[in-house]
Design a protein around this ligand. Structure first.
Ligand SMILES: NC(=O)c1ccc[n+]([C@@H]2O[C@H](COP(=O)([O-])OP(=O)(O)OC[C@H]3O[C@@H](n4cnc5c(N)ncnc54)[C@H](O)[C@@H]3O)[C@@H](O)[C@H]2O)c1
Length: 438
């Protein structure tokens, strides 16, 4: 290398490649274009790439207008050709990190690192953003980049880790406003990574090493997983004691310090909460022979929620002298998160499967979700008075803001609201049992 890695040329436009153009990678790419980088958005998914090239965004957080502006700048190129990685200054890896049989599957990170290795040159900076167990950047990414490039990590080229905090559908905390935790494998890497993100976000939070940054992300998601499990368990027991859990959480939330509200629901979904804590417990077990008791309990409680909701509906229909078998149940919302079309790992799936196995005729209404794994099994319907009135039960799983709650509250014969969304329930004389919550 000529001189030191800190001599990355900051004059003019730098070439950034973002490997993976999904929920995480696409916002990074679009924001970097706005900040003046020349960006290649690389993905193996040809359909995604051709959609992006045609100006069609596949995620809610990036509008077609934002994408069109990025394309029109001439500095955003969606690509499926590895040759387009040639000559990059900075690379961000944002590929999936799922579980395979309960263990981390980092094969996508491995293959992305292998690929980038052959294009890594003197002075390059490579940053991993995928959520993963502590040690991945150091033990998996760096050696593969070294093997592919024949160069030395931390000396000839730089390596960092920065966890993504994207919150799909959140209109207050976007990519730019959300502080970004940044780390590097050594001082030079940290400086370069902070410099890069300093051009994209308002606040950069440097931490001392890549393991600290990797664990930060797992702490954030495990914290949510555990706290949601706590209120889910409380909700089940509070109901048995005839206590309104929603009122309790609202009351506790008036404490101005030391309390943060979490809410019960039909289970956790997305690829963060059901997945990330297992990266943590797997690493504890592998390295220390230790069991993460909190993760285990949270998994147990949260994974049981779809089954619990199915039993509650069974009870509600039973009170109406109906069996689940043969009943029409309308499920409102199958996305794991409101106001998004993301149905990955959604708790709606085990819940619907349970109702189907009991013989229910399940129909689904979700204005956001286009690709759903049970689409061949359940019918997607529009919502109107007749549809609601002809159902035996209506089950609110995802409380998208755009659902017509007035209509639902008026005509659903029996509504199970897992989100406590129908707080101003219309008066339905002669029927005080039409609405149930968790
Ligand atoms: N979605 C979120 O809200 C979120 C938030 C924080 C962190 N994360 C983490 O970020 C990472 C990416 O998640 P995502 O939601 O963006 O996933 P995603 O599935 O939406 O996108 C990942 C993309 O990577 C592509 N890909 C896979 N292997 C590739 C390779 N070798 N080369 C090029 N492209 C490849 C896939 O085709 C896909 O388009 C995961 O580790 C996830 O846990 C996600």
């Amino acid at each position: 290398m000529n001189g030191s890695a800190t001599e990355i040329d900051h004059a003019g436009s730098q070439k950034l490649v973002v490997v993976g153009q999904g929920y995480v990678g696409l916002p990074v790419a679009v924001r970097a274009v706005e900040a003046g980088f020349d960006v290649v958005g690389f993905d193996l998914d040809k359909q995604k790439i051709s959609g992006l090239a045609a100006g069609r965004s596949h995620i809610e957080d990036i509008t077609d207008t934002q994408l069109a502006a990025a394309l029109a700048s001439g500095r955003y190129r969606p690509s499926e050709s590895p040759e387009d990685l040639t000559g990059f200054d900075i690379a961000v890896i944002s590929v999936p990190t799922p579980l395979r049989e309960g263990a981390p599957d980092i094969s996508y990170v491995e293959s992305a690192s292998d690929l980038l290795g052959s294009y890594t040159t003197d002075g390059s900076l490579v940053i991993l953003e995928s959520t993963t167990y502590p040690g991945t950047t150091d033990e998996v990414v760096s050696p593969r980049l070294e093997a592919g490039s024949g160069l030395r990590a931390g000396h000839d080229f730089l390596v960092g880790y920065s966890p993504e905090r994207i919150d799909p559908g959140n209109t207050v905390w976007g990519f730019r406003e959300t502080p970004k935790v940044v780390s590097g494998m050594n001082e030079e890497s940290l400086r370069a990574a902070c410099d890069f993100y300093g051009r994209l976000v308002d606040t950069v939070v440097p931490v001392s090493g890549t393991r600290e940054a990797e664990l930060t992300k797992l702490l954030e998601n495990t914290y949510r997983h555990v706290n949601i499990a706590l209120v889910n368990e409380l909700a089940i027991h509070a109901r048995a004691l005839h206590i309104n859990i929603w009122e309790v959480i609202a009351a506790a939330s008036t404490k101005p310090f030391g309390f943060m509200p979490f809410y019960p629901g039909p289970g956790v979904g997305g690829h963060c909460l059901p997945v990330d804590p297992s990266y943590l417990s797997w690493q504890f077990e592998r390295r220390l022979g230790a069991v993460s008791r909190f993760v285990k309990i949270a998994d147990d409680v949260n994974n049981n929620m779809p089954n619990y909701v199915a039993r509650r509906i069974q009870g509600g229909l039973n009170r109406r002298r109906k069996a689940v078998n043969g009943s029409t149940i309308i499920v409102l919302g199958v996305a794991y998160k409101k106001n998004t079309g993301d149905a990955r790992e959604t708790p709606a799936t085990p819940l619907i499967q349970e109702l189907l196995s009991l013989g229910a005729d399940v129909k689904v209404h979700d204005p956001f979700v286009e690709n759903y794994e049970l689409s061949d099994t359940v019918e997607f319907i529009d919502l109107d008075r007749g549809v609601l009135e002809s159902a035996d039960a209506v089950l609110l799983v995802t409380d998208h803001d755009s659902l017509d709650y007035e209509l639902i509250g008026r005509y659903a014969p029996y509504l199970f609201d897992t989100r406590n969304r129908i707080v101003d329930a219309p008066d339905r004389p002669g029927d005080d049992d039409w609405l149930e919550t968790l």
